[in-house]
Write a protein that binds this ligand. Sequence first.
Ligand code: GCU
Length: 640
Amino acid sequence: MKISLNGKWKYKVDSNAEGMKEQWFSTEWYSDRLHNLPEISLPNNWNIIPELDRYEGIIWFFYVLEDHSTIRVNFHKSDLFIEFKAVNYHTHLWVNGHDCGIHEGNFQPFRFRVKKKMYNQESKNYFIVRVENFREKDRIPTLSRDWFNWGGIYRDITLLVLDKCRIKWVGITSNVHNNKKAILNVKCELLIPKDEKSIPTLEENNINWKLYYLGDLSTNCNEGKEQSKSEVIKSGNWPILNGKNSGQFSIQLEEAKRWTPITPYLYKIDLSLGKSEEPYIVRFGIRTVDVKEGKIHLNNRPISLHGVSLHEELLPYGRAIPKEARRRDVLNVKELGFNALRTGHYPHDESVYEICDEEGLLIFEEIPVYWGINFSNKKVLRLAIRMFHSMIRRDFNHPCIILWSAGNEIPVLNRSCLQFMTVLLRYGKKIDESRLFSCALEFWTSLVTPKSFIDEVDVLCCNEYIGWYYLSVYNLNFFLDNLKTHTSKKPWIITEFGAGAKYGNHDSAKIPAKFSEERQVSIIKHSIQVMNSKTYISGWFIWMYRDFRSHMRLNPAQKGFNRKGIVSEVNQRKKISNQMPSLVNRKLPEKEMKQHYISVVLFYWLFYPIIFLTSIIVSLILGQFSDSGNRYYLSKPKGK
Ligand code: GCU
C-alpha cells in the first residue's frame, strides 16, 4: 500500500544551526510551535520561496499525519517505510521523536524503515525532516559545479506498507535475434524473511506472471485515440524452490516488437509472489545495444546519436517539474530532429525516462561524479558506488537508456582518479551487462587518453568547446581526427559542444560577437556538419537544450545563467533551433573538409608538442601517471 505525504508541510529555516541543540526533532518542541510556522507545498525546492532563492544551508520540515485510521500496519506481516524520491543533499528523519536515520545524496530515491515502536496506530504521527545542502569537499559533486544548488525535498514523499515477504527487484533483459524471435530474461530478487510466520506456504511460494503487449504509447501515435486495451499475450508461474531469494526465468516470444526511437513498442509484466494482493509491475521494451565494428548498434543495426543535454530545471518550478512540462520538453527535442537526450549530469526524476520510453528518445544517464571530487577518499568512492548502483537499479528496465556514465570531465591522467573510475566502471558492468558504460572526458585529456582508461569503457566520450573557449571552430576538423587512437576500435561520442547566446542578442558582423545568437549558430552549425562527416564519431550532444541557472555564470550576458541553451530559460527558441531539424543530419561538403587544415598543420608541428608536454607536466603535478606502463597514445591522424 502507498500513501502519499506530498502536500502542505511546515518548515523552519535553521540558518544558525540551532535545531539539533534545541531538539526541533521532538514532538513537544514542534507541537508548541505548530501554528506559527510557515508552510511550503512539497515536493519543491525551497529556492522557489523568494526570500530563500539563494539560500544554502539547513531547513527543517514538519508533517503531522492526522488520519491514522487509514494506515493500520500489521507489523507481523508488513514493513513500514517512508520513501523520498530525492532530497538535496543531507537528510535526517525523526518519526514521533524517534531517530530513523540519515541519508547523503541528491538525485536518487531512498527510504527509512519506521519500526513498530516508532509508529502510533491510534493517534497522530509526527514526521520531522532536517535537510542541509552545503557544498562540501568530500561530497558528490564537490565544491564547484556548473549548476544551481537547488535545495530541499523536491521529489515525491510516500509512506510504503510492504509485505515482509515480497519481490524486492526485477530486471528484464532481452536477446533479439535477426528474425522476430526474442528471449526475455526475467531476473527476480525476493525478500524472504527467516521467521516462518510471514512465509507463504510452499504451494504459494512461486511467482505467477502475466505478460502484456502495450504497443506504441507515443503522443503522435495516440493523439486523440482511445487508450488501447493492453492484452495478455503470455502467462505462467515460476516455482522458487527451497525459499531461494533470487533467480531468473526466461520467456520466449516468437513475434517480438522491438523498441526503437521510431517504434517505441512497450510491454508490461505483472508478477505476484504467492497470494500477495499487489502485483509487482514492470514496464519494459525489447531491444539490445552494443558496440560492433567501431559503431554503436541498436538491435544489431548501427545508429548515430544526435542529441542535446538537459539539466533538470524549469522556472518557476526549479527541479520539481510537472510531468506534462517534462513531456513537452521531450516532444520539442524530438520535433527538432534529435533522437537522443543526455540527462546531465545526474539522474532526473524517473518520469523523464518513462516519457522517453513512450515517445522514443535514447538516453545517456549519468551520476554527478563531476570535475575534481576527492578521488583519494574511500568514503567518496563508497558514495559514488552507491549512487551508481541506485541509478542502475532504479532505471534498469527503461529501454530508452542505452548508456550509463560514471562521471563528467574527470582528470583520468591522475592515478587516484583513474583507479576510482576503474573501480566504479567495473562495478557498474557487474550489475548491468546489457548497456554501454563510459564517462565524459574534457577535450585536452581526450587527446592523451590513457590506454588503461580506454580498456574500461565501451565508448569514448569527449566534451569539446573548440570555437567557444579555445581555438576557432574551423580547427575542429583537424582536432577531431586527433581523437582517434591506435588502440581503440571504440567509437567516440562528442558528449558536449556548443556556444552561449543571450536570447534576442544579435550581431550581423562577419564574425559575430560572443553571446550573439549568430555566433552560436556559426559554431554549432559547423560543428555538427564536421562531426556527421567522421565515421568514428557515433554521436554528439549539443550542450545544452535550455539555458540554466549557475552560480558560476555572472557576466553581463549571463546574469546567473549558463546561456548555452538552444532555447532560453523560458523556452524561447534561439536562431540555432530554427536551423533544426534539417541541420541535424547534414554533413560538411567534401571540399570544405580540408579547409583550414593546412593552417592548423603548422599548429600541430609548432604548438602541439608544447600542449602535449604541458598536459604531461600538469598530470605529473596533479598526481602520478597510471601504472599501466605509461603508454600514452599521442593520437595523430594515420599517415601524418
Ligand atoms: C563543461 C561541463 C558542463 C558545463 C559546460 C560549460 O564541459 O561539463 O557542466 O556547463 O562545460 O562550460 O558550459
